[in-house]
Design a binder for this molecule. Structure first.
Ligand SMILES: [Zn+2]
Length: 496
């Protein structure tokens, strides 16, 4: 990715032309690695660029420098002003990433840095999502690094020191070589410390957990996320996270100024018993563990539930109003792969696990582009009100809603039946093909142990509330057949 250049760089107190911000090859930091830096973001607002937490970043820059034995020859106020002057001197049309760097300059060689000149540069350029827009939409693959974070007696881990990033760089490199997008580094005791350039969070049973900064950077974004989450009423724990806790987390996400915060596909409002679906790209998880080995220890029931959820994504995505050729391509393949793999995955067979990882991923690529339908709308309030696992709720509701939606789906159920492995579908009447598709879904559901109805889950007195919630749900407008609160109520009643 080419660096999007700007006109000027702030360099030792002056604004110089972008290509003139250079240094000598005998620059001390280039040889011995002692430099500190920051990563700051400025967001384009209607009133122009606004820098996020500038003072906090500058403060950390000075603390990093102090920890590394460097005296910055400017005051914090001067550095803050330099950020502003720099942004004003350049032309930007979008969000900007700002990189202040403090390094030891030219004039002295040898390991000792005593007496070295100190240089300060600040550059700023337009930079999109750190891991790409696709990562925001679909999540990324993460690998536990074989490298560990340096122990507190080995490095200044809290300082944003360039030297610390060598460790990150190697971990990140290793992850990429292994076909993953990012690395997760363990601390010397074997607990998860952070990503190669981001903080790590998990969500488990509604509680947000992030490790203490014993061996990781004191992150400003991490602090902000914790504050926002607390303000929203979430419990946030700073405690060590083990690998298995990460594997079994309900959600996992990275934050950092560069990685940004990309979380929460569904938010539960416990007070009002609502699950809200967020369709803003910034609200879709950036991290999805799709490594089948990680799912090997997943219990049967959860495998069945998440698998049926993925099948629901594929089927709802295939027939949703916004579906088109490209999304169809993903969804029909996902249905085929899931139908073939789910039974095996529930038995913990390797092929089944591999297939499900792939099927879930492909379905995600499809539906995140076009939306879903009322199976999800009806499942969300069950999760909010009764804590019914999302996949189980979907799986129970899916066949009944498929029957209801059938008249609005043209030939699509014929494709679904075929993808589900039903034989002789081409020779069937449309009505029979539709029935065959629904039967195939029901059979799969039975085979993986999903309950047949909502009798054990829904209380009669809640049906009106559930129906209204489902109607208000963000997935409802995507449903192929236009619906009403009354019709949704009938569907719930049919399942009871
Ligand atoms: Zn779902």
């Amino acid at each position: 990715m080419a660096l999007p250049e700007a006109e000027h760089i702030w360099y030792d107190g002056k604004l110089v032309k972008w290509h003139e911000a250079t240094t000598h090859v005998l620059t001390h930091s280039l040889h011995y690695g002692n430099a500190v830096f920051e990563g700051v973001r400025a967001y384009m607002t209607p009133k122009g660029l606004a820098i996020l937490c500038l003072e906090a970043h500058t403060k950390r820059l000075f603390e990093s420098a102090k920890a590394c034995g460097i005296t910055i020859p400017f005051t914090a106020e001067q550095i803050n002003q330099a950020h502003i002057d720099l942004l004003k001197s350049n032309t930007y049309t979008d969000n900007v990433y700002i990189r202040p760097l403090v390094f030891l300059g030219y004039g002295k060689m040898g390991v000792s840095h005593i007496g070295c000149p100190v240089n300060v540069a600040i550059a700023a350029w337009q930079w999109g999502a750190y891991m790409g827009e696709e990562a925001l939409q679909n999540g990324i693959k993460v690998k536990i690094a074989s490298w560990m974070k340096p122990a507190p007696f080995s490095m200044m881990s809290k300082a944003k020191a360039s030297a610390n990033y060598f460790n990150s760089q190697m971990a990140n490199y290793e992850a990429h070589e292994a076909g993953c997008d990012e690395a997760l580094l363990l601390d010397p005791q074997g607990f998860i410390a952070e990503g190669s350039g981001e903080c790590f969070f998990i969500v488990k049973d509604g509680v947000i957990i992030t490790p203490p900064n014993d061996t990781s950077l004191e992150s400003i974004t991490q602090k902000n996320v914790i504050q926002i989450a607390k303000d929203l009423g979430y419990t946030v724990l700073r405690q060590r996270i083990t690998r298995d806790e990460a594997y079994n987390a309900d959600e996992a996400f990275f934050t950092g100024t560069a990685a940004e915060v990309t979380i929460n596909y569904v938010i539960t409002d416990a007070q009002n018993n609502r699950k809200m679906v967020c369709v803003d790209p910034h609200d879709i998880p950036v991290v999805a563990f799709v490594d089948p080995d990680m799912m090997a220890s997943m219990p049967k029931g959860l495998t069945a539930a998440t698998g049926m959820d993925a099948l629901t994504h594929a089927i709802e995505g295939y027939i949703t109003k916004g579906a088109w050729e490209l999304s169809d391509m993903f969804h029909i393949k996902a249905i085929e792969v899931i139908a073939k793999s789910l039974r095996g995955a529930v038995k913990n067979e390797k092929d089944g696990r591999d297939g499900m990882a792939l099927g879930q991923y492909i379905a995600g690529m499809g539906f995140s582009n076009v939306g879903l339908g009322i199976v999800h709308s009806m499942a969300h309030p069950l999760g909010a009100l009764y804590d019914t696992p999302h996949g189980i709720a979907n799986a129970i509701i899916l066949p009944t809603v498929m029957e209801y939606n059938a008249p609005a789906t043209g030939e699509k159920y014929r494709d679904i039946a075929k993808a589900m492995g039903v034989e002789g579908v081409d020779a069937m009447t449309l009505e029979d093909a539709r029935k065959a598709a629904i039967e195939a879904v029901k059979q799969l559901s039975v085979d993986v142990g999903i309950p047949a109805d909502l009798k054990e889950i829904v209380k009669a007195e809640d049906v009106d509330f559930l129906s209204q919630s489902a109607f208000d749900d963000a997935c409802r407008p995507g449903n192929p057949r236009d619906t009403s609160v009354e019709e949704i109520k009938e569907l719930y009643l049919k399942l009871m």
